[in-house]
Design a binder for this molecule. Structure first.
Ligand SMILES: [Zn+2]
Length: 395
């Protein structure tokens, strides 16, 4: 998700969600969202007693290569090699959680007034002030592409300093090697295709920088198409229709997170390969403006795609272990066990019921909710590992 500058924005956004919910006529299965007070950077874990983890869950979890499609941790000013006292993701916590793979998303533009209902791309970009304050190099101040490349370098720097704990994965061969070496496979994801800056040749620039997942839109309409939270609600632009085949030809995976319903449908009509929806909830379980219709979710699954379920209020209505579990069970029933994965949106300005270190508790809750062990394995990681083992470039 990632909305900047943080606390005030979360509050404003939750009011908009509440207003949209009040206006909605279809009752959601889950209760209306309640946004907890975030910490200064918005990435809080709701205080809680330790979650129960059954002996069966503990044994099962130890054998699962846990995988998550979407976390914004690269934006954090924390050193991700150190176990943090706030935020959700760092290497020690990923290791504790049993992670084999993490999608590392980069956020590159944040228009003032960002909200889930109607965000204007033309509003002043709050990100510019923040990155100047945080000491990003001047080349990033006025270039969305340079911001993406700078954040990609952060993952490469983390890899270098991690002594083998993290590997930037660009290919099937890289993923196999990371699995063999028990390194955490990091896959770079751009949250929206605006770093292309409207130029097809920048697909190659992003590919060379290591990006293997290309989101189409973030909170606002951009050069490739309409956002779910944008002004137009339009589909792919003519430029977007060129981007998708060219990205796919290189082995880049398309992410339709934050895309308008029309953009998702247009994408499925021309995409030759399955797409992912890296972080979302399920509208039939939680009816918020952050979630697309069950029918469109099903179309993504029918196209061979993978959907990552998140843990924050606008995705699952209430950031509780119970709601996250129920949303996953609903998604498994709607889409089939092969099409559901984890899409935490950790460190994306979200408030969550647990952090990356606590994943055994989610395994335990999913078993308690009645999912069989095979399905739990698929959702907690094996689906994502299979997907990237199939759709990343060979080498
Ligand atoms: Zn997002």
């Amino acid at each position: 998700m990632m909305h900047l500058p943080g606390a005030a924005r979360v509050g404003a956004m939750s009011l908009l969600i509440a207003a949209a919910l009040a206006a909605s006529s279809s009752p959601a299965a889950a209760q209306a969202p309640q946004v907890q007070a975030p910490t200064a950077d918005g990435n809080a874990v709701i205080p809680h007693a330790p979650y129960p983890v059954s002996a069966r869950a503990k044994a099962l979890h130890a054998t699962i290569p846990v995988a998550d499609l979407h976390a914004d941790a690269l934006l954090s000013n924390r050193d991700l090699l150190q176990r943090g006292t706030h935020g959700h993701v760092d290497i020690p916590r990923l290791q504790e959680g049993g992670f084999a793979l993490q999608g590392f998303s980069v956020v590159t533009k944040s228009p003032r007034g960002t909200n889930y209902v109607q965000t204007s791309a033309d509003a002043p970009d709050d990100m510019t002030d923040r990155i100047k304050r945080d000491g990003w190099p001047p080349r990033t101040w006025n270039s969305i592409l340079q911001r993406a490349l700078y954040l990609a370098d952060r993952l490469k720097d983390l890899e270098k300093r991690s002594h083998g704990a993290v590997r930037v994965v660009r290919s099937k061969a890289d993923l196999r090697k990371a699995r063999q070496d028990r390194a955490i496979a990091g896959i770079l994801l751009s949250e929206g295709a605006h770093p292309l800056e409207g130029k097809l040749e920048n697909i190659q620039v992003m590919y060379d920088a290591g990006f293997r997942i290309l989101g189409l839109t973030h909170f606002f309409d951009n050069e490739v198409g309409g956002s779910l939270h944008g002004v137009s609600q339009s589909g792919l632009t003519p430029f977007g229709r060129q981007v998708i085949p060219q990205a796919e030809a290189k082995g880049i995976i398309i992410d339709v997170a934050h895309a308008s319903e029309a953009t998702v449908r247009d994408t499925l009509a021309i995409a030759k390969r399955p797409v992912i929806l890296s972080h979302t909830g399920v509208k039939g379980y939680c009816d918020t403006p952050r979630n697309i219709s069950d029918a469109t979710m099903k179309a993504i699954a029918d196209h061979g795609g993978l959907v990552g379920i998140g843990y924050w209020d606008a995705a699952v209505c209430k950031p509780t272990m119970k709601n996250v579990t129920e949303a996953i069970v609903y998604a498994v029933k709607l889409l089939g066990p092969e099409h559901v994965a984890l899409g935490s949106d950790f460190d994306g300005g979200t408030v969550t019921p647990f952090d990356a270190s606590e994943m055994p508790a989610l395994t335990s809750a999913l078993l308690d909710a009645g999912l069989d062990e095979k399905t739990v394995r698929l959702v907690m990681g094996e689906n994502a590992i299979r997907f990237f083992s199939t759709y990343l470039p060979d080498r």
